[in-house]
Design a protein around this ligand. Structure first.
Ligand SMILES: NC(=O)c1ccc[n+]([C@@H]2O[C@H](COP(=O)([O-])OP(=O)(O)OC[C@H]3O[C@@H](n4cnc5c(N)ncnc54)[C@H](OP(=O)(O)O)[C@@H]3O)[C@@H](O)[C@H]2O)c1
Length: 241
């Protein structure tokens, strides 16, 4: 999918990778960018429409869905990552509320529009969906679940003409990785790589040097082969009357 002349909604759009995705979508000629944020946001480009959107708030999700007319691309980017050691159940539930159920709730709300447009969903997951970094295990669990959700939605929505992409993002230089002294990609380069991969139709997107180093192994591995085999069990959509 090329972003030119498309309508895009990005959650967590006020900073980090989300902010970079907004700028990149505009640079590529998006017709309208809905910027979902928890706090009010202003943007100088008239193609940006701010949306109040806490992805854990069902009423705000419904209100946002009512404000957006047609939609070609939904980017579920909002996320939280906190240090833990799996001793705090509440903290695990907070990660699931944003990273899993937030992605799920926003997707369900915008699915009718995406189905109408034959659009696409991009879930900004994490490389940690494939292997946890045990300093943030609750985060890794929530991202593994969000990735699995992405894989099932991909199979379930294919018959409706909605494509579903996962971004297996590696370390990126945002507030989320502050304090980790490791090589990090810039959010701008990650945003460019995500839209480049969408242009090429890649269903699993590896947008930075660290994630790119495992892309081939993932794409040709047993887990990907099983995903494809299992997807064949989804019954085809009934033909339209
Ligand atoms: N940075 C990395 O290395 C990395 C690696 C892999 C994956 N990712 C993923 O990339 C995405 C963006 O992360 P980032 O690195 O850009 O981190 P970030 O700078 O911390 O940005 C997180 C964004 O999510 C928003 N957010 C948090 N909770 C929310 C909620 N309940 N409802 C709506 N928005 C909410 C934040 O809004 P507020 O300003 O209101 O808090 C902020 O806009 C996340 O899903 C993250 O897991 C990041």
């Amino acid at each position: 999918m090329s972003i030119t002349d498309k309508t895009v909604l990005i959650t967590g759009a006020n900073r980090g990778i989300g902010q970079a995705l907004v700028s990149e979508a505009l640079a590529r000629g998006a017709r309208r960018v809905y910027a979902g944020t928890r706090q009010p946001m202003a943007h100088p480009d008239p193609r940006v429409t701010p949306l109040t959107l806490d992805v854990t708030d069902a009423a705000q999700i419904q209100a946002a869905a009512g404000q957006v007319g047609s939609l070609d691309l939904l980017v579920n980017n909002a996320g939280i990552a906190l240090y833990d050691d799996l001793t705090d159940r509440d903290l695990l539930e907070r990660h699931l509320a944003v990273n899993l159920f937030g992605t799920y709730g926003v997707t369900q709300a915008f699915l009718p529009e995406l189905t109408r447009s034959g659009g696409a969903i991009v879930n900004n997951v994490s490389l940690m969906a494939l292997a946890p970094f045990p300093v943030t295990p609750a985060y890794a669990i929530s991202k593994a679940a969000a990735f699995n959700l992405t894989q099932s939605l991909r199979a379930l929505l294919a018959g409706r003409g909605v494509r579903v992409h996962a971004v297996l993002t590696g370390p990126t230089d945002t507030a989320m990785t502050r304090g980790f002294e490791i090589p990090k990609a810039s959010p701008e380069s990650v945003a460019r790589a995500i839209f480049d991969a969408l242009d090429r139709g890649e269903e699993d997107i590896f947008p930075d040097p660290m994630s790119a180093s495992v892309a081939d192994g993932w794409r040709h591995g047993v887990a990907k082969a099983m995903e494809r085999e299992n997807a064949a069990f989804v019954p085809p959509e009934p033909a339209a009357a």
